[in-house]
Write a protein that binds this ligand. Structure first.
Ligand code: PLP
Length: 393
């Protein structure tokens, strides 16, 4: 089956008694009984498939896991309560029986950097940060650090850089360090890191997968080598996604291909328009032929699909002027998050990267004049008109 067919079929229509529900029901039960103690014993021993207790599994969540696993091409998938929980559990799983050191991209989602630099380092797991777009630097860092995990993003937030994932996967594999890839911005429609040699793929399912701004969630899609440890963490900690969120996420994924099609096309038009606007300085967009990672983009992303994120620097603008521009928007939503059906705009220095020291932010290239736009599925004319008015065009 092709990608868009899988999104509407995998995980659904499982026989329940003598009928087949056309969509997976929301199972709210915390535990499950069987006809005999003997059968319950087999289920607990995992000799027979079936749910037993909600911290171990839940049929609604299992359906979502089956679907995402198929879309990413994994061995098995674990749905978590948030994207950050998924990242936390994935790194923990990698480090359980490996050196307690991490090599990570020097530009990552703000909370990911914060998690590594505060929580993990306080627990004795130090991170070496490196420019993931520089394969030679990554190779040197891995050689020197001998890490137990490598952490990167497919399309980085908010500057939309595209690292040579295929090459990094090869380097990480040779060094026996599991590569954990946050694929939130690309989605499995644009890129499937496991096919390129990554060990675990993580998503904030809150974003494109769910897609409607109404549910928090995360997933870890794993290879066979790391899945048992992930299951142990799930069974001992309970970082699981709830059945209601699993239902919403699964419902969202049914239109992922349609939404991405439209959002990617809108983003291309938006980026070209912004590039000609007199108040806009630099436009960060992977579809730009002059993008610093154009070769990686051409090799890794499908032709004509560059994601739906566009970041811009307003020319000579102070924080106050940027805020005034954002306040003048009438349709585009001023809020954190991305990947939703509605267009959104965010000021990274104030939101996603707020908790980082200003010096750290400056080093990452995140100035006060930078704004990030998540392009939605609206008519492109309305998106451009809203921005044109707010920019004072
Ligand atoms: C939002 C986001 C996260 C965190 O996910 P939550 O669901 O908010 O916990 C991690 N990585 C990226 C790239 C994100 O955009």
């Amino acid at each position: 089956m092709k990608f868009e067919s899988k999104t509407v079929h995998v995980g659904d229509r499982k026989k329940a008694g003598n009928y087949i529900p056309v969509t997976v029901p929301i199972y709210t039960a915390a535990s499950y009984a069987y006809d005999s103690m003997e059968q319950l014993d087999r289920v607990f021993g995992r000799e027979e498939a079936g749910p037993s207790y909600a911290r171990y599994d839940n049929p609604t969540v299992s359906a979502l896991e089956e679907l995402v696993n198929e879309l990413e091409g994994g061995h098995a998938t674990f749905a978590c309560s948030s994207g950050m929980m998924a990242l936390h559990i994935a790194v923990m799983a990698a480090l359980v029986d490996r050196p307690k050191r991490i090599v990570a991209g020097n530009v990552l989602y703000g909370a990911t950097t914060l998690m590594l630099s505060t929580i993990f380092s306080a627990l004795g797991m130090e991170t070496e940060y490196v420019d993931m777009c520089d394969a030679a630097a990554v190779e040197a860092a891995i050689k020197e650090t001998k890490p137990g995990a490598v952490v990167m993003e497919t399309i980085t937030n908010p500057l939309l850089r595209v690292a040579p994932l295929d090459k990094i996967a090869e380097i990480a594999r040779a060094a026996n360090a599991p590569l954990i890839v946050d694929n939130t911005f690309a989605t499995p429609m644009l890129l499937r890191p496991l096919e390129l040699g990554a060990s675990m793929v993580v998503h904030s399912a809150t974003k494109f997968l769910a897609g409607h701004g109404d549910s928090l969630g995360g997933v870890i899609v794993s290879d066979a080598a790391n899945f048992e440890t992930l299951m142990t963490l799930r069974r001992t900690l309970g970082p699981n996604l709830g059945p209601f969120e699993a239902y919403l996420t699964m419902r969202g994924i049914k239109t992922l291909a349609l939404r991405m099609e439209k959002q990617c096309a809108n983003a291309c038009k938006l980026a070209s328009w912004l590039a000609t606007h007199p108040r806009v300085g630099r436009v960060h967009f992977p579809g730009n032929p002059a993008h610093p990672d154009a070769a990686n983009v051409a090799r890794l992303l499908p032709k004509g699909y560059f994601g739906s994120m566009v970041a811009i620097e307003l020319k000579d603008a102070t924080r106050e002027q940027v805020f005034a521009f954002m306040d003048r928007l009438k349709m585009i939503v001023r809020a954190t998050s991305l990947g939703d059906v509605h267009s959104m705009i965010l000021h990274p220095a104030m939101s996603s990267h707020r908790d980082l020291a200003p010096k750290h932010r400056a080093r990452m290239g995140i100035g006060d004049n930078l704004v990030r736009i998540s392009t939605g599925i609206e008519a492109i004319e309305d998106i451009l008109a809203d921005l044109d008015h707010a920019l004072g065009g």
